[in-house]
Design a protein. Structure first.
Length: 187
């Protein structure tokens, strides 16, 4: 049995959208944190918007070393979308019932979710998230999509790891130990 891990860059006020504010804080420790989660994953699980953004950038990503670029390009990607039919970049569409499709993938693979705010909200509502890996940045962004938008689903988390970096970034790993499930629509 695999697991679903959600990894996000998030501001101190909970914003996950357009994380350009993370760039000044990037360092080797954050890179190792991101590399470790990618190494543990069998596949990426992405929402449509994040898939489109990543697929447009990663194949020829400037500034990334060849190993990181190859790893991102080579890992299989499963995309939760009701609108895209043609996918590239080693990606496949989750067909039919999205929740059932993800459950079937999770039965066989460790899935890593990056970005994909709507998908994260859906997964949370379905009780499908097993782990959160958060890099919390010491900035207040003020507006934008929040990581934990209201969903009628609650979860109890257990902190498994916490690192406080010299630059003020917190690297947090939480296991989901229990949750109540809501059933939001996925679109």
């Amino acid at each position: 049995m695999g697991k679903v891990t959600v990894t996000e860059f998030v501001s101190a006020d909970g914003i996950m959208e357009n994380p350009a504010w993370t760039f000044p804080y990037w360092n080797d420790t954050i890179a190792a944190f991101k590399d470790a989660e990618l190494n543990e994953a069998d596949a990426l699980l992405l929402g449509r918007t994040t898939y489109q953004e990543f697929a447009a950038v990663w194949p020829d990503h400037p500034g990334e070393d060849d190993a990181s670029k190859a790893q991102m390009n080579d890992i299989p990607k499963h995309v939760a979308t009701t609108t895209l039919t043609e996918l590239e970049w080693n990606a496949s569409r989750i067909e039919g019932d999205v929740a059932q499709g993800i459950r079937a993938l999770k039965a066989e693979k460790n899935l890593l979710v990056m970005g994909s705010g709507s998908l994260v909200e859906f997964l949370r509502g379905q009780g499908l998230v097993d782990e959160y890996r958060l890099a919390v940045y010491p900035v207040l962004v003020g507006s934008g999509r929040r990581l934990f938008d209201p969903v009628e689903a609650q979860a109890t988390l257990e902190l498994r790891d916490c690192k406080v970096l010299d630059n003020g970034v917190l690297l947090l790993v939480y296991d989901v130990v229990s949750d109540t499930v809501a059933v939001p629509d996925f679109d």
